[in-house]
Design a protein around this ligand. Structure first.
Ligand code: C2E
Ligand code: CA
Ligand code: CA
Length: 592
């Protein structure tokens, strides 16, 4: 027994008090959990204490037996072990401070025995005379079983019974070390929109799918167990490490993808795969397995939720992108503090009259050494790390400040829309922050509009709905941005309260040889009107598009054909210019 002096004393005092029921109950629970029980024998009083709740551990009536100095060993100990146990329980030569232990087989039922480890410690009274002995019985078999279970839990994922991440890292490290010249492929994979599958079919079915994938991976890896490792990382994320033979890599990917298609569920399940292949540098520098997995993850992100591609290999393009991302992250805070982010405005206009009716605030990073950085480079990074909330707030503030200045200067002010990132939806304080900011500059609410984008995930739309409603209640205009992109749906128009539908021609391009596309666009415009929504079309680049849009009853547009996003000073100049009517533009096109 490895009990320190203080704990032993505590145990003794609890036992001695005897009548503290709560304490005893607590102790018995602990003992039950550890498959141990304690017997205390007092030499002076010849009293023996065994916790009644624990007595059932060992067959026989120990209390009366020890008490009477005659244990009926035959009843409790296997015959072969009786001599050793008898010697162990012979206290005649026991001195204060002595301790010893022994292993023996004790009956747990009439004819069933189990191995126990028995330890004793002898305590002295104040005069140094031996006073009592504390004996601990520990069921060694149960202990062993617990250790085995713990080991299993530590190495295996309880759902799929595949190795877990921890043991995968260890096994893979070992495998790579044992074959230092071998190039390996790390394949990281997960199911696209697994969250939705869980929501639609329940987590039980979700678990079944994960188990099924586990079985398939193990089925495939069975024959090459010596040269490969695999695991479930967490949730629906799996990982395989195998020799980097291109044919084999494609084979396992195809096998898993085909197996998933064969799963009986009315949902077209697709997995995304990211592959990293170790190179000479990794072998030289012994790159750790988690870094190799990170690289596979970076590759996987390239194809996550993509309709076309499901497999990506980590290459120099991704590497460069990662380095660029790292630079963006390390510089973003300072850039915000030193006003490197600037708000550009892209005018929105009436296509027929050419009049400016408002603008959209689009942020630009004016980098001291790299020049203007486009938002498409940094917005996705900020959306990932959450910095987008700070940036969006900064843009809103700058916009309010700008409007305030124009109002104070007595200028005519047209509404400006600002973008609200999807990640902002998770900020419960957003409506309050918006209101406070607009109030600080005393900007009339009709001069600020918010562009919201629908989310790829069903549950997020609740947040979107709440935000849109709150904004409308506060008399702000709400625009549904990027309508026609993969995320948006006609159905959501019924639910999400918006004032303006912003259709992006990038997603719904009209063209003379795409009659069906034109019909779709026409119908969306009609439907929006019938729903009482305003429509603005963005991404308008040619006079043909302008003419077509006018022919289907669209009046307002935003696009390079009219204006590109521009610095505020330039926007102010544009407002002073005479608007160009469509007839003038038509003539200009003909003269070209
Ligand atoms: P978006 O909100 O859809 O903004 C419109 C984008 O389309 C802008 O790109 C604009 O320059 C571009 N565009 C406008 N007219 C045309 C056209 O005729 N043809 C083409 N090809 N493109 C056109 P930009 O400024 O690069 O912004 C890209 C995206 O970055 C924006 O898309 C928006 O999602 C995001 N973004 C920009 N500024 C902010 C911001 O302050 N906050 C947030 N959350 N996102 C922003
Ligand atoms: Ca927008
Ligand atoms: Ca847009």
């Amino acid at each position: 027994m490895n009990i320190d002096q203080e704990s032993q004393d505590n145990l003794l005092s609890v036992n001695e008090s005897g009548n503290n029921e709560a304490e005893l109950l607590r102790e018995s629970r602990i003992l039950e959990h550890t498959h141990s029980f304690i017997v205390e024998y007092n030499f002076k009083t010849k009293q023996c204490y065994i916790d009644p709740a624990q007595r059932r551990h060992v067959y026989g009536d120990w209390q009366s037996d020890i008490n009477n100095d005659r244990i009926n060993y035959k009843k409790v100990v296997l015959r072969d072990d009786i001599p050793a146990i008898q010697a162990f329980f012979d206290f005649s030569d026991l001195k204060a401070g002595d301790s010893r232990s022994i292993s023996a087989r004790f009956y747990v039922e009439a004819h069933e025995y189990e191995w126990y480890r028995v330890s004793l410690v002898c305590y002295a009274d104040a005069e140094g005379e031996k006073e009592r002995v504390l004996i601990t019985f520990t069921n060694a078999e149960r202990e062993l079983e617990t250790v085995r279970k713990l080991k299993f839990l530590l190495a295996k994922d309880p759902l799929t019974h595949m190795p877990n991440l921890e043991s995968f890292l260890q096994m893979t490290e070992k495998m790579i070390c044992t074959h230092p010249d071998q190039s390996y492929a790390i394949i990281r994979m997960d199911i696209d929109k697994f969250r939705i599958i869980n929501q639609m079919y329940g987590t039980k079915e979700g678990d079944n799918i994960l188990r099924y994938i586990g079985v398939k991976i193990q089925e495939w890896a069975g024959p090459i167990l010596e040269t490969s490792t695999y695991c479930r990382i967490s949730s629906d994320l799996f990982c395989i490490c195998m020799p980097a033979d291109a044919g084999d890599i494609q084979e396992i990917i195809d096998f898993i993808q085909t197996s998933l298609h064969a799963y009986p569920l009315k949902f077209d399940m697709v997995m995304s795969f990211g592959v990293y292949i170790t190179c000479e540098e990794d072998r030289r520098e012994q790159t750790c397995v988690s870094t190799l997995m990170d690289r596979a993850a970076s590759a996987q992100r390239m194809v996550k939720n993509s309709y076309m591609n499901h497999v990506a290999y980590y290459d120099s393009v991704i590497r460069k992108k990662e380095i660029a991302e790292q630079i963006i992250i390390s510089e973003m805070k300072k850039a915000l503090e030193t006003n490197q982010f600037q708000v550009y405005l892209q005018p929105k206009c009436q296509m027929d009259t050419g009049k400016i009716i408002g603008s959209e605030a689009l942020v630009r990073w004016i980098h001291p050494s790299q020049g203007i950085i486009s938002p498409s480079e940094f917005i996705p990074v900020f959306e990932k790390n959450g910095f987008i909330s700070e940036l969006d707030y900064y843009v809103l503030r700058a916009t309010c400040q700008m409007i305030r200045k124009w109002l104070d200067d007595g200028k005519k002010v047209y509404p400006i829309s600002v973008n609200v990132s999807r990640t902002d939806l998770y900020n419960p304080n957003l409506p309050e922050q918006i209101k406070a900011c607009v109030a600080e500059f005393d900007v009339p609410h009709e001069l600020i509009a918010f562009e919201l984008t629908e989310s790829a995930f069903i549950s997020d739309n609740m947040q979107l709905y709440n935000l849109a409603r709150l904004l409308q209640e506060n008399h702000f205009h709400v625009m549904m941005d990027d309508f026609g992109s993969g995320y948006s749906s006609l159905n959501s128009l019924r639910e999400i309260p918006v004032d303006v539908l912003k259709i992006d021609l990038k997603f719904l391009p009209p063209s003379s040889d795409d009659k069906r596309g034109n019909v779709i666009l026409h119908s969306i415009v009609d439907m929006a009107k019938r729903l009482g929504l305003e429509v603005i079309v963005e991404g308008v680049e040619t006079i043909e598009q302008v003419e077509f849009l006018l022919s289907i009853g669209c009046r307002n547009a935003q696009g390079f054909y009219f204006y590109r996003p521009m610095p505020v000073s330039e926007y102010e100049r544009c407002l002073e210019e005479k608007p160009k009517e469509i007839s003038v533009r038509r003539q200009e096109e003909l003269n070209r």
